[in-house]
Design a protein around this ligand. Structure first.
Ligand SMILES: Nc1ncnc2c1ncn2[C@@H]1O[C@H](COP(=O)(O)OP(=O)(O)OP(=O)(O)O)[C@@H](O)[C@H]1O
Length: 240
């Protein structure tokens, strides 16, 4: 579904952060990205979501060459590929529900809703996703009162409500207690089974081995391994 070929990212000071990276993310697959601090994990996710410009390389979305496809293809990437930061950017004074609805048609004023220009489906859609991620009972709580894991789940809900078909998550469980981390990773796994592509930076290799279908290792901006369906060997671990 998402395919990066020979992705290279060089900074203005000439430093190469990603070098000739080949990377694919498939629908229904959970891919973990592992690597030491500064190895380029966040940059990889941001480039895939077009949050950062590429220096060179090709990005294919369902086989379509995005850079040749012009603004329409780029808009499609922005609509379908969501990048979620480690600390979700939520409005602390708004409820979980309102945060998840930001930018949807449901935000339209009441008078427009009354004349039928907004379908109630949007509202029900959010409630459905909140239920899937176990947050239905917290839908009307302010974001400031939610735990770190719950805020992550609101951000995931918002991305799915906006029609994301791929979630790129930067350290989604870093700093969470083991129970909350496991809950998020279990939810992500369930989303994969519904056809969403999940790519998550996971610094904890045990979590990566337990939940991911594939683990891609980065070191100094290069892919050093791409392993599916098995645990990492000692040699692979030492490459990070
Ligand atoms: N805007 C920027 N300006 C300067 N250097 C940057 C910028 N963005 C990233 N870098 C550098 O690029 C390299 C890769 O950064 P990146 O954030 O992708 O690393 P990472 O693997 O996600 O690290 P961490 O695990 O610490 O978050 C780092 O050396 C970082 O300092």
């Amino acid at each position: 579904m998402i395919e990066a070929r020979k992705l290279t990212k060089r900074l203005v000071d000439g430093k190469t952060v990603l070098a000739d990276v080949d990377f694919t993310a498939e629908r229904g697959q959970f891919t973990a990205v592992a690597g030491a601090s500064g190895s380029g994990k966040s940059m990889l996710l941001k480039c895939l979501a077009l949050r950062e410009n590429w220096t060179s390389g090709r990005l294919l979305l369902d086989g379509e060459d995005v850079f040749k496809g012009g603004w329409k293809a780029k808009m499609r990437v922005k609509r379908e590929i969501a990048y979620l930061e480690e600390k979700p950017d939520l409005n602390p004074n708004r409820t979980a529900l309102k945060n998840a609805l930001v930018g949807t048609r449901y935000q339209t004023p009441l008078w427009r809703r009354m004349i039928g220009s907004v379908r109630n489906d949007d509202y029900m859609g959010v409630m459905d996703v909140l239920e899937q991620v176990g947050l239905l009972d917290k839908a009307h709580m302010k974001a400031s009162a939610l735990s770190g894991g719950e805020r992550q789940r609101v951000a995931i809900t918002r991305a799915l409500v906006h029609g994301a078909r791929a979630l790129l998550l930067d350290e989604p469980v870093t700093g969470l207690d083991p129970h909350s981390a496991e809950r998020i990773l279990t939810d992500l796994k369930a989303m994969c089974e519904r056809g969403i592509a999940i790519v998550a930076v996971l610094s904890n290799l045990e979590w990566a081995e337990k939940f991911a279908d594939r683990i891609v290792g980065l070191s100094e901006g290069r892919v050093v391994f791409d392993v599916a369906g098995r645990r990492l060997t000692g040699r692979e671990r030492s490459m990070l």
